[in-house]
Design a protein around this ligand. Sequence first.
Ligand code: NAX
Length: 326
Amino acid sequence: MKQPVHIAVTGAAGQISYSLLFRLAAGALLGPEQPIILHLLEIKPAMPALQGVVMELQDCASPVLHGIEITDDPKVAFKDADYAFLVGARPRTADMERKDLLQVNAAIFSVQGKALNEVASRNVKVLVIGNPANTNALIALSNAPDLKPENFSCMTRLDHNRALSQVAEKCGVLVTGVKNVIIWGNHSGTQYPDIHHAKVKDQDVLALVGHDWFENTFIPTVQQRGATVIKARGQSSAASAANAAVDQMKAWALGTEQGKWVSMGIYSDGSYGIEPGLMYSYPVTVTDGKISIVQGLHINDFSHQKMLLTETELKEERDAIRALLA
Ligand code: NAX
């Protein structure tokens, strides 16, 4: 029997976690042979609801779930964590400006970064999902000087999956027949979903779908998909976000498929002219837990402008919370 791995999930009583935790308990991350212990973090007022979620997890009688701990203390939640899903965040309320949202979340993620620094496994993989995800991840890693920036990523896999699915539908193929779409930049409306390098069964996607569809339908559809879901459902994407969180962490833990890449928000090393030290979504491959940016892609003027636009937004977000970067 393998030793259990410790998986921390924050915002554990929220709607994304209500899908994510049950996927984890079903062995969706590391398979049915790998036992897990869940460490669930919530704020005090959400503890009663979290108790209910724990009861439901117990009622799944999952063979992989070897323990559940619940707490409102990040240092307890992240103790020895091998994987951490940082889902919990304060949503924007009507009276809040974007700057206020950045500040209030920055405070949460600086505390959590410090706790990860102190008590998590040195090989912890921290995936930030709570918005603004890229900047929250930057704050967390800046407050964790004993961990490496490579211990952190932020989630753009939902955007990536949305892009794959849009292309598959347009081309009349299964999603498995589409590869190498890219999400560049921020998980926000400025993200740049790019199909210049994407293939459908070895054919160039752009040649199949045409530039007009790419620019005027595909890009806005992917950028605004979250808002469209809210409009239809009355609540933000939850099951698809949980699915993407599992996809992204799984690719990080177990590697990407040969010849395919995925999008992940990672600490920029300056690739493609992006300012080093921003959390920016790139096309990546993963081998043995090491994330590598796909290099050498030709970037035309159209793409370059869009990549700069989303970089500018990330710089502005960083500048708004600079005081909290340790
Ligand atoms: P919910 O509001 O349903 O749940 C959030 C939970 O976090 C709540 O239970 C709350 O009590 C908890 N929480 C708040 N502060 C906390 C803290 N300091 N420590 C621990 N828990 C805390 O939101 P949900 O729909 O689950 O979404 C969670 C986050 O994911 C939001 O910020 C949302 O914007 C973001 N998303 C990110 C996506 C991405 O692709 N990166 C897509 C989906 C989603 O919009």
